[in-house]
Design a protein around this ligand. Structure first.
Ligand SMILES: Nc1nc2c(c(=O)[nH]1)N[C@H]1C(S)=C(S)[C@@H](COP(=O)(O)OP(=O)(O)OC[C@H]3O[C@@H](n4cnc5c(=O)[nH]c(N)nc54)[C@H](O)[C@@H]3O)O[C@H]1N2
Ligand SMILES: Nc1nc2c(c(=O)[nH]1)N[C@H]1C(S)=C(S)[C@@H](COP(=O)(O)OP(=O)(O)OC[C@H]3O[C@@H](n4cnc5c(=O)[nH]c(N)nc54)[C@H](O)[C@@H]3O)O[C@H]1N2
Ligand code: SF4
Ligand SMILES: [Mo]
Length: 727
């Protein structure tokens, strides 16, 4: 520590946690001077995040004190979407909301009211489930939120069970690291140093992605693949590993079920066949399988993006089989990393309010929101009121044109709780001001490491902003809900957040967390942690299930993703063995030639920060990335103004021609707002079709055409605009 790091007299340092929906969950230190946060930086003593914040958060105090913050309740004064509002009091806002909710519940039934939320913050108190008890008590439509990783979770649970998997910190021990559909240097930044350390120690790093992005550029071997065909690659790897006798026979015999059936199943999936699907030479597939099986320990990191096509679930099923075939789980640093979230003993029942759900309450998936609002999805009663919090559906949901039409309905009553006037908030009848992480208490799990992090409020709420917890306390009181869950304080919620008596929480209490800021779950250290060296998988058999017993119950969505409800399980039958499901649109239903990918923007967090000037400067203007061959075939050049079209919609963009995207693929990062774009954004073209498992979205299963719309402006190359994405 240098002299300049020492706190100045009159200043305090408050420990916090980044609230973003990001696997890293960085530990923060907030400098507060005279009641104002003046600096936010990473906690350098944190073993995983090590003090460096990403470009989204390294000037967080500017976001918090931005002049654009919504600081008072607002009522709409202009047309829907116009963003014109007048200030009103909290009392008036709550009266109006409770009055409308009551009237709608009485005349149409409470299912005419629907919550729409996701992960604006992922704190246990203020995040995913904060409104669930309220809406379940009200009897509102149950909102199914399978935006992210639901398909992967279902597939993973079917195969290896809900296990934390490999400790990200033990990646340093791996000898072979496969980064599969994950732009780690943009989306999981703090895992990279562990990969780089392994690489320094001699590990081979392989990146499998249709895009040669900044992470791929650091790989020892970059393997371009056709989007949505990863299942073919994984099954062919299994074919080679089994066919060439590269399995760990002892591990397979002791700790797996269904090997013979799997061997029989993958016999058809030859490298030559997979080459035709994936575009990867058959010899490369063999080499990958042999190297992967020979190296010990080997580890696979799957990105969330792996699930976003018709066969996303079966892809994760197939990949989840590989480490068991080779016995990679035997050593620290070997196995598979999906969501270490499963390591945390979160007391979900205390937050879901599932006990309030009336049997038979209808479930609507937020993915179909546009259709639900326009009436194309036949709903009785129709949706008459929406309450949006922790989400910006107009930007993040598919079929954006339908969303605009739906949100424009004069008879729809829309409430939005927000930090900023987002595209969605512009359509609200009432906007409510929400506090940021610096103004609220929360407790965080992580989906990228094994540390619990406490967030202490650093400053008083700005204006009349309230935490989401307080918002729902106020609404519940107005609705006359008196059960204890609606009156508990944030401190009481912290006390209920975990099963503190769980062995992994030994010695960790709210008090120690308030003092220290964070704590590692009481698991063996990263040099020793090999949770499945001797099996012990949390599946019904306790083994890796090549033949999945959970598949017998059919396709399922975990209750976490659907407001606590486990009812209405669709039970569509699922083949208990992994198999190949080709991408839907390239297999025939998409008549356009190019596959559009919409991965994460480097400088934004989903659509959050996409309105912040500092982040916009880093991100640069949005650009559509296209391979030179595809550009030449269309007579398009760098900087061209292009229209990206399919049967669902269109948007315009500047073209950036680059060999870093595979031929046949175009890339436009998600996150930019409509009001900063020329109207429609990339999700105007995304389908609302679900993947095969867990009702995952299928953004990557999206066929489009690209057309010129104007003359080339050679003076303004779009390469500048798109620089943050592929740099
Ligand atoms: N900077 C930044 N970080 C973020 C976020 C953000 O918005 N911005 N969002 C956070 C959230 S919510 C999430 S879910 C994670 C997601 O993080 P990631 O899992 O990394 O997801 P994406 O960035 O969407 O996509 C990663 C890569 O998958 C590739 N890809 C797409 N389709 C396929 C395919 O079919 N096969 C293969 N092999 N690759 C494919 C894309 O080309 C892209 O390079 O990131 C988190 N971190
Ligand atoms: N095309 C395409 N679409 C995608 C994806 C993709 O890869 N491609 N990714 C999908 C994925 S993985 C995800 S996770 C979703 C993300 O979808 P969302 O979770 O909706 O993410 P954001 O767009 O960041 O919107 C979060 C909003 O919550 C607000 N917010 C933040 N904190 C608080 C708070 O404490 N209280 C309240 N009331 N509001 C708060 C923020 O200001 C922001 O406007 O998008 C999905 N959409
Ligand atoms: S967004 Fe992710 S990387 Fe950035 S500060 Fe937050 S947790 Fe860390
Ligand atoms: Mo996500």
């Amino acid at each position: 520590m240098s002299v300049t790091d020492l706190p100045m007299p009159g200043t305090t340092t408050v420990r916090g946690a980044c609230p973003c929906d990001c696997p890293d969950t960085c530990a923060l230190e907030v400098t507060v001077e005279d009641g104002r946060a003046t600096r936010v930086r990473g906690d350098r003593s944190h073993p995983f995040t090590r003090g460096g914040l990403c470009v989204k958060m390294n000037d967080y105090e500017r976001t918090v004190y931005s002049e654009d913050r919504v600081l008072h309740p607002l009522r709409r004064t202009g047309p829907k979407g116009g963003g014109q509002f007048e200030r009103i009091s909290w009392d008036d806002a709550l009266d109006e909301i409770a009055g409308r909710f009551r009237e709608i519940a009485e005349t149409s039934g409470p299912e005419a009211i629907m919550p729409v939320s996701y992960l604006g913050t992922q704190g246990i108190l203020n995040g995913l489930n904060v409104g669930d008890p309220f809406f379940n008590r009200l009897g509102a439509t149950i909102s199914e939120r399978t935006y992210c990783d639901s398909g992967s979770c279902t597939a993973y649970a079917m195969t290896v069970g809900a296990t934390a998997g490999v400790d990200p910190e033990s990646f340093v021990h791996a000898r072979y690291i496969v980064i599969w559909a994950n732009n780690m240097l943009s989306t999981n930044l703090h895992l990279w140093p562990f990969v780089a350390e392994a690489q320094r120690r001699g590990a081979k790093v392989v990146v499998i992605d249709p895009v040669r992005h900044r992470t791929a550029q650091h790989a020892d071997w970059y393997i371009p693949i056709r989007p949505g065909t990863d299942g073919a690659l994984a099954l062919a790897m299994a074919h080679v590993i089994i066919g060439e006798g590269l399995t760990d026979e002892d591990y397979v015999a002791r700790y797996t079920v269904g090997f013979d059936e799997l061997a029989e199943r993958v016999r058809q999936y030859t490298p030559e066949w997979a080459s035709g699907e994936t575009g990867i030479p058959a010899e490369d597939i063999r080499t990958l399988a042999r190297e992967y099986a020979a190296a010990s320990p080997s580890v696979i990191r799957i990105g969330v993006a792996i699930e976003r096509h018709a066969g996303g679930g079966q892809t994760v099923r197939a990949i989840s089989c590989l480490p068991a075939l080779t016995g990679a789980w035997r050593e620290p640093g070997g196995g598979l990393l999906q969501l270490p979230l499963w390591a945390f003993p979160v007391n979900w029942p205390a937050f879901l309010g599932a006990e309030f759900i009336r049997p038979g309450t209808r479930v609507v998936n937020q993915w179909l929101l546009g259709r639900a609002l326009t009436g194309e999805l036949a709903l009785d009663p129709p949706i008459r009121a929406l309450m949006v919090y922790n989400s910006n559906p107009l930007v993040v949901c598919p079929e954006q044109d339908r969303m605009v039409a739906g949100l424009s309905r004069e008879d729809l009553f829309t409430v939005v709780s927000e930090h900023f006037l987002t595209d969605t908030a512009d359509y609200a009848d009432i906007v409510l001001p929400a506090t940021t992480q610096l103004e609220q208490r929360d407790l965080m799990f992580s989906w990228g490491h094994f540390y619990v992090t406490m967030n202490e409020p650093a400053v008083a709420p700005l204006g009349e902003a309230v935490p989401n917890t307080e918002l729902f306390r106020r609404l519940a009181a107005r609705m006359g809900f008196t059960e204890p869950v609606f009156t508990r304080t944030d401190e009481q919620m912290v006390a209920e957040a975990f099963d503190w008596s769980s062995p992994v929480m030994a010695g960790i209490t709210p008090e120690t967390l308030a003092r220290d800021g964070w704590a590692r779950l009481r698991l063996p250290g990263p040099d020793e942690y090999a949770p499945h060296a001797q099996g012990g998988f949390p599946t019904p058999s306790g083994k890796v299930e090549f033949v999945s017993s959970a598949a017998a119950g059919g396709n399922f969505v975990l209750p976490l993703f659907r407001q606590g409800s486990n009812e209405h399980q669709p039970g569509e039958p699922v083949d208990p063995l992994p198999h190949y499901v080709p991408p839907r649109e390239s297999a025939g239903s998409g008549r356009h030639p190019l596959t559009l990918l919409s991965p994460k923007s480097h400088a934004y967090l989903n659509s959050s920060f996409a309105d912040r000037p500092g982040q916009q400067r880093v991100q640069g203007g949005p650009a559509l990335h296209m391979h030179p061959d595809d550009a030449a075939a269309r007579g398009l050049a760098e900087g061209a103004e292009v229209s990206v079209v399919n049967d669902r919609g269109r948007f315009t963009a500047r073209l950036h021609v680059t060999a870093d995207v595979a031929p046949g693929v175009v890339v436009f990062p998600m996150g930019a707002w409509r009001k900063h774009s020329r109207g429609a954004t990339v999700n105007a073209l995304s389908p609302s079709v679900f993947a095969d498992l867990g009702r995952a979205p299928t953004f990557s299963d999206n066929r489009v055409e690209v057309q010129p719309v104007g003359p080339v402006d050679a003076a303004a190359p779009a390469g500048e605009a798109g620089r943050a994405d592929l740099a």
